[in-house]
Design a protein around this ligand. Structure first.
Ligand SMILES: C[S@@+](CC[C@H](N)C(=O)[O-])C[C@H]1O[C@@H](n2cnc3c(N)ncnc32)[C@H](O)[C@@H]1O
Length: 148
């Protein structure tokens, strides 16, 4: 379909996967930098007006996939596409981050859950229009209820 090319790389405090918070109640408050390559920086024009961004990125350090997985947030297996497993047929990650500031091609953000050096594929503004009462949280809500 197309050959993905990085538009930049994440600078993150996480050098290994064990350091990244996981499981029920994990909070993603870590700060990092989205370092956008010079060739793509013009595309950041007007980004300062947004509080939150959707970052699409590549799980460049995972391999293969299973269609049923037991995620860290539950002790029961679930379909891959109902999880955020890093092992997927197309290893694309999606993280919503808060934009804290910008210096040229460097976006300082809060909420990174990527390893240092992760390739960034795309950035889009976060604009949620789904009212909270319309959201259903699937097996995750059940796992949270079981754990109290
Ligand atoms: C559960 S995934 C969720 C990622 C993203 N928020 C999503 O929903 O697509 C986050 C985990 O991916 C793994 N990870 C982070 N960066 C990675 C990378 N560059 N390559 C492979 N695995 C990575 C780490 O184990 C991290 O805890």
């Amino acid at each position: 379909m197309f050959t993905p090319q990085p538009i930049g790389f994440v600078r993150s405090p996480f050098k290994n996967t064990e350091a990244i918070p996981k499981g029920l109640g994990a909070r993603h408050e870590a700060e990092g930098v989205l370092d956008i390559l010079p060739a793509f920086r013009l595309g950041l024009t007007d980004i300062d007006g947004y509080s939150h961004l959707i970052v699409l990125w590549a799980f460049d350090r995972s391999e293969g996939f299973d269609l049923m997985v037991t995620p860290p947030s539950d002790d029961r297996p679930h379909g891959l596409f109902t999880t955020r497993s890093p092992r997927r047929p197309n290893p694309i990650g999606l993280t919503i981050v808060e934009l804290l500031g910008r210096q040229g091609g460097e976006l300082r953000v809060r909420g990174v859950d990527m390893l240092d050096g992760t390739p960034i594929l795309d950035i889009k503004p976060y604009l949620s229009s789904i009212p909270a009462e319309k959201l259903r949280r699937g097996w995750l809500a059940e796992a949270e209820a079981r754990k109290g």
